[in-house]
Design a protein. Structure first.
Lengths: 173, 173
């Protein structure tokens, strides 16, 4: 199946000049959504993975089913001030200013092998911060998984310390 | 398995006097998370369901695996201004003021049978708005599904038009 054709492109969102890759059309399409999880599973099934951690909020949509397919728990990496328990946070750069992601302090334990997942790899800023956060907690990064990659934004160049997987690419972004 | 004991309670979050039921401890616990999805599936497997729609963002964690288990697509119901395409929205009451949820206009089609899911039923305000949104689009509500219910807040009283399911209850909230 051509997963790429299941993803809709919306021009000028969230601002002029951006071609937004809208994965909601893939998610509501059962055969495409199911095959996405299958293909992700095939890419990493032989790795040591003790937990999957997904980045809010589209990372939850792919991460939760993948964790269950792997037979491991799922960890939520959230925007700041969303998690109720004690958290560890990591700042990352935005175009203007900085933002922060957080995870519960007890969500990842020393030596755990963690697969990190988000829907889309653009510049890699958020995922880089998430990977550093997991390492700060003593976890090992098994892989970084994305449904979509925008190679022109060179996100992989920021993530060279870790294995990166993606299922589909859109050029010209 | 006692799913209730897999859920952590955090006092005074997000404000003094609230006993916050933290489902992240269940989600990171594979046997508990997997059994939650199994039990939800058992409750609704004989119903007519063409799509699962989950409410941002913890509803995504339970809704996506349940949709795949049922063999149907998954629809994202999001906070305002998050979805890139044309949306339909529904307001709902907060303690102070109002908020809005949105869904893509083409995400649900006339006559589709939709299961709505969120992690927790408190006053039922958000879920009521989500159900009205789906009906406004011509969808039929198959059921409203929650992991946790807080019966003292009488959310079911706001949702009497639809069948409501939950897996665990916490009294005294």
């Amino acid at each position: 199946m051509d997963l790429k054709s299941a993803i809709r492109t919306i021009p000028d969102f969230p601002k002029k000049g951006i071609m937004f890759r809208d994965v909601t059309t893939l998610i509501k399409n059962y055969p495409a959504f199911n095959e996405s999880i299958d293909r992700m599973y095939e890419l990493i099934k032989d790795k040591k993975i003790d937990a999957v951690a997904g980045i809010e909020s589209r990372g939850f949509v792919f991460g939760a089913p993948l964790a269950l397919r792997l037979g491991v728990g799922f960890v939520l990496i959230r925007k700041k001030n969303k998690l109720p328990g004690e958290t560890i946070s990591q700042e990352y750069q935005l175009e203007y200013g900085t933002d922060k992601i957080e995870v519960h302090k007890d969500a990842i334990t020393q030596g755990q092998n963690v697969l990190l997942i988000d829907d889309l790899l653009a510049t890699g800023g958020t995922m880089g911060a998430a990977a550093e956060l997991v390492e700060k907690m003593g976890g090992n990064i098994s892989s970084l998984m994305f449904l979509v990659e925008l190679p022109d934004l060179k996100g992989r160049d920021r993530l060279t310390r870790w294995p990166v997987h993606s299922l589909v690419e859109f050029e010209g972004d």
